[in-house]
Design a protein around this ligand. Structure first.
Ligand SMILES: [Zn+2]
Length: 227
């Protein structure tokens, strides 16, 4: 019982490594960072994010919600066609994700896999849990679906922070090769100009990364799926 309580507690710490492999940063040498966008695709934000990425010739990973991919398959296709990766962020993004049992995980992961593959022609290889939390039943389903769990090293809190400068500071202060940055291309906070704050942050972020000699890469090209 104590062991179970410990594991359950561990699951509430998003970056906890006790429950099987959870990639928090890119392995190995190099000057790359991973740029990730969660919770889309969204018809108002995702196209603008893609435009900025294209202007900087940057690569990113989009952790997509299966249900939104079903609603906007063309956006998911556009993500992949532009050279980025569409990965799995569950089908419905349930707030009680960490409390689900094995059958619900099968449904949440499996349905999103099908939706994303149907839209893009590519099967997701990586999974990020809603709100980053997890539970021991999740590991078995990740293995079954051949998905690798990924979290992050730095988050901008761009869903709640309206100041682009604050978001930028959280992402950039002390940034180093291998960092994985978390932003959102849906349901973000609005800056004073009324636009999602991520759209003000992104051009500055990419310019700073470039001047620091850091490139942006897709996570799937650097993280191996455990077999
Ligand atoms: Zn999310």
């Amino acid at each position: 019982l104590a062991n179970h309580a410990l594991l359950t507690g561990a699951g509430l710490v998003p970056r906890c490594p006790w429950l099987g492999t959870n990639w928090r940063r890119l392995p190995g040498p190099g000057n790359a960072v991973g740029l990730t966008f969660d919770d889309g695709p969204d018809p108002h934000t995702t196209p603008a994010v893609l435009d900025v990425l294209a202007a900087f010739d940057a690569r990113a990973t989009f952790f997509c919600v299966g249900q939104k991919v079903e609603r906007h398959p063309g956006l998911a296709r556009r993500i992949v066609a532009a050279g980025h990766a569409a990965e799995n962020h569950s089908h419905r993004h349930r707030l009680d994700f960490s409390l689900l049992g094995p059958r619900r995980y099968e449904c949440e992961l499996g349905t999103a896999q099908q939706a994303i593959e149907a839209a893009t022609g590519e099967r997701p290889r990586l999974f990020r849990a809603p709100a980053g939390v997890r539970n021991p039943f999740l590991d078995r389903e990740l293995q079954r679906q051949q998905l690798q769990l990924v979290s992050w090293t730095r988050r901008g809190f761009d869903t709640v922070t309206r100041s682009p400068q604050m978001v930028l500071q959280r992402l950039l202060r002390g940034i180093a090769p291998g960092d994985i940055l978390l932003l959102h291309d849906a349901a973000g906070a609005r800056a004073s100009d009324g636009r999602p704050v991520v759209l003000s942050v992104l051009p500055q972020l990419l310019a700073m990364l470039r001047s620091s000699g850091l490139s942006t890469v897709r996570l799937r090209d650097h993280i191996q799926v455990a077999s």
